[in-house]
Design a protein around this ligand. Structure first.
Ligand code: G3H
Length: 526
């Protein structure tokens, strides 16, 4: 501990017992789960280090959280779904103002729980705060657009977006704050009520925010439970009372959860799932630029991003030059602790290093070589990134989403090779294409846009900026997220229609003048 900067030390084990149900923060006194950090793994330190404990809540409490959310939604008649837009916005503003006060605590726990480096942990927090603020502004725009009547074929209509119901929110461990909140915040602000269970890693960092949720929203709007997904999410889904499953994670979890719902047509899905985004490097690519983009694309946060470049296709003509420069640059990367701000940090999943070794062994046994000198070297839960070449479709790393520091490389002569692979892949999130000749790039881009949902030209894949649509084809996503699209994904268009006659006009005028309806109004929030 002594070599850790003072402000990032954890001096005592964090015994977190609290949960939030029906507007009350209660303490759990049953079984607890240990939260280990995989950071202190050098030979002088005890390993693994116990960081804290969190509740392993029971099925009964999961159902209590569900009932609290259902009661607060009350089939759309509850206080929250019928509240005026500006009142919901006021609650969200209060929340974000309280949340920013917890920045240091949350950032420190992001580093300890998932090993994300300091810069990226701070970025994750700040990006989430910006996301909330942008969501508030976007909601005002949507509300403003809904504040006028249309008249067509003698039918007058006021069309707005209304909430869907009870939302179960489950986020991923690689962005335990940002991606979970990218689901939770739009769901809440649109008038839904929610049950939220933190990811498998990155749990303690939610604890400092419990009070802000409790104090900002009416009882039952946000319910936060801790424990195993199987124990908590299973009874919640089996109840049939969940209207939206909002999950960022693996498609296998999404499928098992959907299967538990007894009335599938009632269940809406907002899912961000796995991907195998390729980088395609054409023969005229600017090699230095491409190497730099491929480093951040394959290895930021050790490759543990759904948007990471997970396979590289390099044209035969530049293969040697690219492999030399790329492996030299990868070998120069530093490994360190999150507060050292190195690109490479320990992996938070205890089983990940052996999985990465398995992928490497499988590929090398089938003819691939580790191209870089340091590739695959392990020290406890650090794994130095391994560049594998030549990779073929017989190898596991060709198909599996490695979500870690291993970089498979395939060479090609004909562009149909990577394109055919993408067409036959189960995934369709993004691609990066590197090259200079516009006449070559144009037809390739035209093919790629129909295989994925974002084509990155001479740049690595990424989700941001958050105003752009984030989605995918096939098994990579269901529905679209972005500041604007998420508000649509968590709501439905609903409207009041009336024959255009004097009686209806005068009723509508009276309702508007009296300001008695939250829905029928033509004013808006600036
Ligand atoms: O894990 C998947 C994330 O959506 C990736 O987001 O591109 O901002 O790292 P990012």
């Amino acid at each position: 501990m002594n070599n850790i900067p003072k402000e990032y030390r954890i001096n005592n084990v964090i015994r977190h017992k609290e949960f939030l149900i029906n507007g009350e923060i209660d303490e759990w006194n049953g079984k607890m789960a240990d939260v280990f950090s995989t950071l202190l793994c050098d030979s002088n330190e005890k390993e693994p280090m116990l960081l804290g404990t969190t509740p392993l809540m029971s099925k009964n409490l999961a159902l209590k959280a569900l009932n609290s959310a259902s009661k607060a939604f009350k089939q759309g008649q509850g206080l929250w779904p019928t509240m005026k837009v500006y009142e919901r916005i006021n609650c969200m503003e209060k929340f974000v103002n309280m949340m920013v006060l917890k920045r240091d605590e949350v950032v420190k726990l992001l580093m300890w729980e998932i090993g994300k480096n300091l810069n990226d942990s701070q970025k994750e927090f700040d990006r989430t705060v910006d996301y909330i603020k942008d969501t508030i502004e976007e909601y005002k725009i949507i509300d403003r657009k809904g504040a006028n009547f249309q008249n067509s074929s003698g039918v007058r209509a006021l069309i707005r977006r209304g909430p869907l119901g009870v939302v179960l929110c489950l986020g991923p461990y690689n962005y335990p704050l940002n991606e979970t909140f990218a689901l939770l915040i739009p769901a809440i602000i649109m008038g839904n009520t929610t049950i939220f269970k933190p990811a498998k890693h990155g749990v303690l960092l939610i604890a400092p925010l419990l009070k802000a949720f409790k104090e900002s929203f009416p009882p039952g709007v946000v319910n936060i439970v801790f424990g195993r997904g199987r124990e908590l999410a299973t009874p919640i889904m089996e109840s049939g009372k969940v209207d939206v499953l909002a999950l960022i994670g693996h498609s296998s979890s999404a499928i098992s959860l959907q299967d538990l719902h007894p009335q599938k047509n009632r269940l809406r899905l907002v899912l961000g799932l796995e991907a195998k985004n390729p980088g395609i490097i054409l023969k005229d690519a600017d090699i230095d630029l491409t190497v730099n983009e491929c480093i951040s694309g394959t290895l930021s946060f050790n490759g543990q991003r759904c948007t990471a470049l997970k396979i590289l296709y390099v044209h035969e003509d530049i293969k040697e030059e690219f492999l030399n420069k790329f492996s030299k640059k990868v070998d120069e990367l530093k490994i360190g602790m999150p507060w050292d701000n190195t690109l490479l940090t320990p992996l938070p999943e205890p089983s990940k290093p052996s999985y990465i070794s398995d992928l490497i062994d499988d590929a090398t046994s089938l003819g691939a070589k580790i191209v870089n000198k340091k590739g695959g070297k392990k020290q406890k839960n650090f794994v130095f990134p391994a560049i594998l070449y030549p990779v073929t479709d017989k190898m596991k790393v060709y198909k599996e989403e490695q979500f870690g520091p291993v970089i498979p490389i395939v060479s090609f002569n004909d562009i149909s090779k990577p394109i055919d692979h993408m067409a036959s892949s189960n995934y369709g999130q993004q691609v990066s294409i590197f090259g200079k000749d516009a006449s070559v790039l144009a037809p390739i881009i035209d093919s790629l846009v129909n295989l994925v949902c974002r084509v990155n030209l001479n740049s690595s894949c990424q989700r941001g900026p958050d105003i752009y649509p984030f989605t995918g084809r096939k098994d990579s996503a269901v529905s679209t997220l972005s500041v604007h699209d998420a508000l649509r994904s968590f709501s439905i268009r609903t409207f009041v229609a009336s024959k255009d006659n004097e009686l209806n006009k005068s009723i509508l005028r009276d309702i508007i003048d009296s300001k008695k309806s939250s829905f029928i109004r033509t004013d808006y929030y600036l």
